[in-house]
Design a protein around this ligand. Structure first.
Ligand code: 46X
Length: 330
């Protein structure tokens, strides 16, 4: 089997939302597919009314295939301080033509203000490794883990794009979605993430800097978070770029377009190039003169995060069979 669906960017590509069908008859919710976590949770008929502002709600009582897991609960906190919690059902979940008949659907009873204010986001579909799942008393499998045995190939791919819809596909690699070769690298799944190591970076037309950068491929994070040495080298090339403590990040003049940023993949010289315009993440004020940087530091996290700013420059294969990541330009 195979499947897939469109991934539509929200403002500034802060997140990408994908239609996911749940239950019988189908209830379609727009979910944030997140390779940095492993819970599938949704806004629901059980979500505190005061914490819902425009989201579509999954109502298990309207699904003939919903089965409550009595006594099961979940609670998740993300690195950005947001959180949610609730109870658990099993139901049929589909992404395009790919259906999992007994998927754990975690219904939210509480969500933090960050989710309440994100009115187009109806929940998350985690595609990290199973060890990150928060369901108690027994952890539940991700959609990908449940689907894998039936997939033509044990993979899913992320083809996110700047400002326009891209796609998540399951079970196959679309040869028309990328250019050149796919370079595969090993993954350390010991922390539950798609954790890999880049050999270094280059700024603009500059020489390649060999420096080990260990980090996660994370569709649920907006920016590219890198070691401070790399970040200061990048912004040090840009007149007027500075760390702004009020914004809690590097800001830069939106014009002229900043230099490209490339990160290495594998030991044969392959690299993914971020066009400089991707680093103009969003204007900080109404004038549009100053932009918030799409590359920021990873201090305090313990690893780099290759979030959407990086991923949207690439075609990425998440291989659950070999536990590798494949990177290609496009
Ligand atoms: N912080 C954070 C984070 C992450 N590293 N991956 N996914 C995240 N979120 C998903 C929804 C809110 C935050």
């Amino acid at each position: 089997s195979t499947g897939g669906a469109v991934a539509t960017p929200e403002d500034h590509d802060v997140e990408y939302l994908t239609p996911v069908s749940i239950g019988t008859p189908e209830q379609i919710l727009n979910l944030d597919i997140d390779t940095g976590s492993s819970d599938l949770w949704v806004f629901s008929s059980e979500t505190s009314r005061s914490e819902v502002k425009g989201q579509t709600l999954y109502d298990p009582s309207n699904s003939s295939t919903a089965q409550k897991l009595e006594g099961y609960t979940w609670s998740i906190s993300y690195g950005d301080g947001s959180s949610s919690a609730g109870e658990v059902y099993l139901d049929t979940v589909s992404i395009g033509a790919l259906t999992v008949s007994s998927q754990a659907v975690e219904v939210a009873q509480k969500v933090s203000s960050e989710f309440t204010s994100d009115s187009n986001n109806d929940g998350l579909l985690g595609l990290g490794f199973g060890s990150l799942n928060t369901v108690q008393p027994n952890a539940q499998k991700t959609f990908f883990d449940n689907a894998m045995p039936a997939l033509d190939s044990p993979v899913f791919t992320a083809d996110l794009k700047a400002g326009i819809p891209g796609r998540y596909n399951f079970g196959y690699i679309d040869p028309n979605a990328y250019t050149g070769n796919i370079t595969y690298v090993s993954v350390d799944d010991s922390q539950g993430f798609w954790d890999w190591t880049s050999p270094g970076y280059a700024i603009g037309s500059g020489s390649f800097e060999n420096t080990t950068i260990k980090g996660i491929a994370d569709t649920g994070t907006s920016l590219l978070l890198l070691p401070s040495s790399v970040v200061s080298a990048y912004y040090g090339k840009i007149s007027g770029a500075k760390y702004d403590s009020t914004q809690a990040g590097y800001v830069l003049p939106c014009s002229p377009t900043p230099p490209d940023f490339a990160f290495g993949v594998g030991d044969d010289g392959a690299a993914i190039v971020l066009p400089g315009k991707y680093i103009n993440y969003a204007p900080t004020g109404s004038s549009g003169t100053t932009c918030f940087g799409g590359i920021q530091g990873d201090s305090g996290i313990g690893f780099a995060i290759f979030g959407d700013v990086a991923l949207k420059a690439a075609f990425v294969v998440f291989d659950g069979g070999s536990k590798t990541l494949g990177w290609a330009s496009k």
